[in-house]
Design a binder for this molecule. Structure first.
Ligand code: NAG
Ligand code: NAG
Ligand code: NAG
Length: 363
């Protein structure tokens, strides 16, 4: 117990964010899509993007569906755990109140959501990033009323922020001809539109107090099982992968600019594109046996769209890179999280050591 306290204190000191008020709870606020959703969409009764049925969540907690679009943990779960931060509950969880937010933060991520408002319209109900930020503003008001403006400002300045969206802006917008953006923009024009929008959104978050913020980049989206099955060859769609690469490059530059232009901002970008690409090309090198089809599916009837109780599961979930047509397994998420942690320069917490620096950025 003491050792745990020492480790936690070390993290706090290393991050340089010990509160002057003496309250030193650091929490996370998470903005994202289905890769980070921990249950919001399950409360959106009209949403067509929900992980509310078995076998979602089979390797998490009691094994019942919990809203994560995965068999186990999300990338943000794993990174937050590694940083020693509590896992923020879904914003729409009816038990959420000010005390819980002050202790654990909140997660606004919503399956089908994108950087753009118009993304994911086919899912009927979802929170776009702008909407998520609006909800966060509501949260700030609640907290301000509860603990006062000054303490509240400090609380939100000390918090850690995660923003992880973009896949749906391609998969469920730009690459689908039913969406207007697909015939309005060129590839470069669309990426510019996304980056400009994201820049505005991150600037709004800074204005609301965000100082420590991470943006997760995109993986090789052209290699998700759905994209493969839609290609005649069964191979990855290089065109889609190239969009992810271009987006990541532009986002990295954006984050660098914001970090140097916005006062006191440590805004950082981390992606795991290259590692996931390597995992997909050389699954055996990482202990996987399958990197091209979903663990949960109807066998040869593809695409399966979603995992449902009637689906068949692969024999060993730790041997599959993909859980369903879109989303990686817990095991793959661990590799992604480790890579992002490495890129962002965080040293693993050594719980057997009483001397930090546990989570000090290495650069
Ligand atoms: C996006 O949606 C939000 C509401 O969620 C709205 O306030 C904003 O004006 C919209 N922005 C654009 C560019 O449509
Ligand atoms: C930046 O940090 C300094 C020192 O903590 C503080 O005095 C200043 O108000 C901060 N500026 C902003 C915009 O947060
Ligand atoms: C953790 O710290 C302890 C004591 O400093 C050291 O003996 C041990 O090797 C470290 N473990 C790792 C994985 O770095």
């Amino acid at each position: 117990m003491m050792r745990m306290m020492v480790v936690i204190m070390t993290i706090v000191v290393a991050l340089g964010i010990v509160s002057r008020q003496g309250s030193c709870t650091i929490v996370q606020f998470i903005f994202g899509d289905s890769l980070s959703d921990v249950g919001n969409n399950n409360y959106l009764s009209k949403s067509l993007a929900r992980a509310s049925l078995p076998w979602y969540g089979i390797d998490f907690g009691n094994g019942m569906p919990n809203g994560r679009f995965c068999n186990g943990r999300t990338v943000a779960d794993i990174i937050g755990d590694r940083m020693g931060l509590p896992r923020p509950p879904a914003f729409l969880d009816p038990s959420l109140n000010e005390d819980i937010i002050l202790e654990n933060g909140a997660n606004y991520a919503s399956g089908g959501g994108g950087i753009l408002n118009e993304t994911g319209g086919l899912f009927v109900q979802k929170f776009s990033l702008y909407k998520q930020i609006e909800l966060f503003q509501g949260t700030q008001e609640l907290i301000r009323n509860k603990i006062g403006a000054e303490t509240s400002d400090n609380f939100f300045k000390e918090a850690s922020y995660v923003v992880a969206l973009g896949s749906n802006d391609f998969i469920n917008n730009f690459l689908l001809p039913v969406y207007r953006d697909s015939w309005t923009y060129s590839n470069d024009g669309f990426i510019q539109y996304l980056i400009t929008t994201l820049g505005n959104q991150l600037t709004i978050l800074h204005g609301l107090g965000a100082r420590q913020l991470m943006v997760f980049g995109l993986g090789p989206m052209g290699c998700i099982p759905l994209q493969r099955v839609l290609s005649s060859s069964g191979n990855c769609q290089e065109k889609t992968n190239n969009l992810a690469i271009s987006f990541n490059k532009a986002a990295a530059k954006l984050l660098q600019e914001l970090s140097s232009n916005l006062p006191n901002a440590s805004f950082r970008f981390g992606d795991a594109y290259n590692v996931v690409d390597d995992v997909i090309k050389n699954p055996d090198k990482y202990g996987f046996e399958n990197s091209d089809s979903p663990c949960c599916s109807f066998g040869r009837i593809r695409p399966a769209l979603t995992c449902v109780p009637a689906s068949r599961l692969c024999k060993d979930r730790s041997k599959y890179v993909f859980w369903d047509e879109y989303h990686p397994t817990d095991k793959a998420n661990e590799i992604i999280a480790n890579e992002i942690i490495r890129k962002l320069g965080f040293v693993h917490v050594n719980t057997t050591s009483s001397q930090g620096p546990a989570l000090a950025p290495s650069s």
